[in-house]
Design a protein around this ligand. Structure first.
Ligand SMILES: *Cc1c(COP(=O)(O)O)cnc(C)c1O
Length: 369
C-alpha cells in the first residue's frame, strides 16, 4: 500500500470498547460514541456490540449513524439548527439536544413530541486551559448558563446536557458534578435523563475507572429517576490507530529536517490546533537519541511541522515512520489543502489481516471545489 495511510487496529479498538462496556454495566449508565472524533463506520458494528449508540454534531453524522448503526440510540446536538435540519434529524434521532432557549422554542414547535428534547447547559465550571477547547470560557456560545435559565423555560425538556471536559480524569467529573448539581439540581426531579458529555479519557493508561464508577453510582443513587449518559469520542478509539508515512527528502539548514509524505496541517491538524506532539514509534525526545530531526509535511505552510524527534540511526529517504494514536480527530478532520492527497484508510482485523477500507484520488480533491 502507498503511504501515507491510516491503520485502525480492531483488537485495540475492541479493548477500549470492552473497558467502556464494563463501565456501562458496573455504573448502570449508557455510553455513546461521539462520532465527531471517530466516524469510521466500518467499525460501527463492533462499536454497537459494546455501546448504546451514537451522538452526532449535526445532520450528516446523525444520518451516518442511522445508516450504519441502525436500531441503536441516535442523539444529536448542534449549536444552531435550522427548521429544515430539525425536520431532517427527526428522521434519524431519538434525542435532540438544543443549545439555547430560542432553539428550544423552535424545537418544541417542529418536533412536537417526536423526539426526547434536551437542553445543553453551561455549568460555568471547567478545568481546561486552552480556551479553544473550553466551552465555559467567557463569551462561550455553548450551553445556557444558570443565571439565564428560569424554571418555566424547561417546558417539554426531558434531559439536561453539559460538555465541559477534554481529555480529563474522573476527579474532574466529580468536581464538575458538584457544581452542576448545586446550580441545576432543582431541575433534575422533572428530567428523565442527563448527559455528561465527552472528554472522559476513560481508556487512557492510569485513568481512575474505579472513581468514575463510584462517581456515577453515587450520582444515580441521589437521582434514581435519571438515565445517565456519557458520550466520549477520544476514549473510544484512543491509541487504536496509526498513520504510516514515508521520508521523502532530507535537508539540513542548521538542523536536519526530514520532509514526509504526510502533513500536520492536512492529516493530523490537531498537532497544530491543540497543539501536541504525536507519539512516533521507535523515536525519542529531541536529543534523547543520537540523531535529532525536525519532521515536516510536504505543503507550502511554514508551520506544517509535526515536531522534533530523535532516532538511534540516521534517517534516509524512503524510511517508513509510524505515528501512533492517529485514529481519533484525524480522518474526520482531513483536508486537501495544497491539493494534498488524502491518506488511505485500512483496518487491521483481529485475525491480523489488513483490509483496505478506503482509497482516495484526484477526484476527491476536485469534487469538493
Ligand atoms: C466533542 C464532544 C464530545 C466528545 O468529546 P471527546 O473529547 O472526544 O471525548 C462529546 N459531546 C460533545 C457535545 C462534544 O462537543
Amino acid at each position: 500500500m502507498k503511504t501515507p495511510y491510516y491503520v485502525i487496529d480492531e483488537a485495540l479498538l475492541g479493548r477500549n470498547l470492552e473497558l467502556l462496556a464494563s463501565v456501562r454495566s458496573r455504573a448502570g449508565v449508557k455510553i455513546l460514541l461521539a462520532q465527531k472524533a471517530f466516524s469510521c463506520y466500518a467499525t460501527y458494528p463492533l462499536v454497537a456490540k459494546h455501546l448504546d449508540g451514537t451522538t452526532a454534531s449535526g445532520v450528516y453524522e446523525a444520518r451516518l449513524a442511522a445508516e450504519e448503526m441502525p436500531g441503536r440510540e441516535n442523539h444529536v446536538f448542534n449549536p444552531a439548527f435550522t427548521v429544515s435540519e430539525l425536520r431532517e434529524v427527526l428522521k434519524y434521532s431519538d434525542h435532540i439536544v438544543l443549545n439555547s432557549l430560542p432553539q428550544l422554542a423552535l424545537a418544541r414547535r417542529v418536533c412536537r413530541g417526536k423526539a426526547s428534547l434536551g437542553l445543553r447547559v453551561n455549568p460555568g465550571y471547567s478545568e481546561i486551559e486552552h480556551d479553544i477547547y473550553n466551552p465555559c470560557a467567557p463569551g462561550s456560545r455553548l450551553g445556557v448558563p444558570r443565571e439565564f435559565l428560569k424554571a418555566d423555560d424547561l417546558r417539554g425538556v426531558e434531559g439536561l446536557h453539559f460538555h465541559t471536559m477534554c481529555e480529563q480524569g474522573a476527579d474532574v467529573l466529580a468536581r464538575t458534578l458538584e457544581v452542576f448539581e448545586a446550580k441545576f439540581g432543582e431541575f433534575l426531579p422533572q428530567m428523565k435523563w442527563v448527559n455528561f458529555g465527552g472528554g472522559h479519557h476513560i481508556t487512557r493508561k492510569g485513568y481512575d475507572v474505579k472513581l468514575l464508577v463510584k462517581t456515577l453510582k453515587d450520582f444515580r443513587r441521589r437521582h434514581p429517576n435519571l438515565e445517565v449518559y456519557l458520550e466520549p469520542g477520544e476514549a473510544i478509539a484512543l491509541n487504536a490507530g496509526t498513520l504510516v508515512t514515508t521520508v521523502r527528502e532530507i535537508v539540513d539548514y542548521g538542523m536536519p529536517i526530514a520532509i514526509l509524505d504526510a502533513s500536520a496541517e492536512c492529516h493530523m491538524p490537531d498537532v497544530i490546533e491543540m497543539p501536541y506532539r504525536p507519539p512516533l514509534r521507535g523515536s525519542g525526545q529531541p536529543g534523547e537519541k543520537k540523531y535529532t530531526y525536525r519532521l515536516g509535511g510536504p505543503t507550502c505552510l511554514a508551520g506544517d511541522v509535526i515536531g522534533d524527534y530523535s532516532f538511534a540511526r540516521q534517517l534516509k529517504v524512503g524510511d517508513e515512520l509510524v505515528f501512533e494514536d492517529m485514529a481519533i480527530y484525524t480522518m474526520v478532520k482531513n483536508n486537501t489543502f495544497n491539493g494534498m492527497p488524502l491518506p488511505s484508510i485500512a483496518l487491521r482485523t483481529r485475525l491480523g489481516s489488513v483490509k483496505v477500507l478506503k482509497r482516495f484520488g484526484y477526484d476527491d480533491f476536485k469534487s469538493r471545489l
